[in-house]
Design a protein around this ligand. Structure first.
Ligand SMILES: Nc1ncnc2c1ncn2[C@@H]1O[C@H](COP(=O)(O)OP(=O)(O)OP(=O)(O)O)[C@@H](O)[C@H]1O
Ligand SMILES: [Mg+2]
Length: 211
């Protein structure tokens, strides 16, 4: 099924994918936002910007993978096109004048984007922040070579730690924790109690400030 893209939409996409413009795009689902971003990356590469100087940030890993895949699919496709077809494809990204040197440049982009060390970066904001913290642990006051737990590992660690505390509290009813546990038991159902502990641990900065 091929859709007709209205000329006005196309014209706006061209403006938005011009790398020399600073743009904020807001548009309906499925209307071409990612398409515009991909065109923008490709136009930057066509301008001769080296891939390692380009950083694309997304919220989800799926979106990052989708964007990178589209950039590489397009560039890979360009390698196989003849001059006329490639000229059309380049013009469709919004570039106005296409000459022999640009065609040659366009055919090299796929290999160049793949091979440049630390090449084109399309990643989540979380991944970028993790990398920054790992590069500057001293400045950020975090342990060097730290690793990030995924949600499942985190939940498991939390569960083990709170069970540990509860068992110790139950084993020593006269200790501070033991008396706190006895008090909590009378004021909350066990499920609520677990939720409260979980929530308190998750907002520990606020809790510690309050304590
Ligand atoms: N100018 C265009 N030329 C060719 N295809 C286009 C154009 N604009 C959008 N499309 C196509 O329309 C489809 C939807 O576009 P895209 O995925 O970029 O939209 P989106 O706004 O990012 O969607 P979502 O809201 O789901 O993230 C894609 O297949 C894309 O290639
Ligand atoms: Mg999208």
């Amino acid at each position: 099924m091929s859709r007709v893209i209205p000329n006005e939409a196309r014209a706006r996409q061209e403006i938005a994918s011009d790398p020399s413009a600073s743009v904020f795009v807001s548009a309906n689902a499925g209307s071409g936002k990612t398409h515009v971003l991909v065109q923008r990356v490709i136009r930057l590469l066509l301008d001769g910007v080296s891939p390692e100087r380009i950083l694309c940030i997304t919220f989800t890993k799926a979106a990052a993978a989708n964007m990178a895949e589209r950039v590489f699919t397009t560039l890979g496709h360009w390698v196989k096109l003849d001059d006329d077809a490639l000229s059309d494809a380049i013009r469709a990204t919004g570039v106005k004048t296409v000459g022999p040197s640009l065609l040659a440049q366009a055919r090299k982009l796929f290999a160049c984007a793949l091979e440049t060390p630390g090449g084109l970066k399309v990643q989540t904001i979380h991944a970028l922040c993790t990398r920054l913290l790992q590069q500057f642990p001293f400045e950020a006051n975090v342990p060097a070579r730290f690793s990030v737990l995924d949600d499942r590992d985190q939940a498991e660690l939390m569960q083990r730690a709170s069970l540990d505390v509860l068992l110790r509290a139950a084993a020593a009813p006269e200790s501070d924790a033991g008396r706190a546990l006895a008090f909590a038991m009378t004021s909350a159902a066990d499920v609520t109690f677990r939720d409260v502990v979980q929530e308190a641990c998750m907002s520990r900065d606020r809790l510690m400030a309050w304590v």
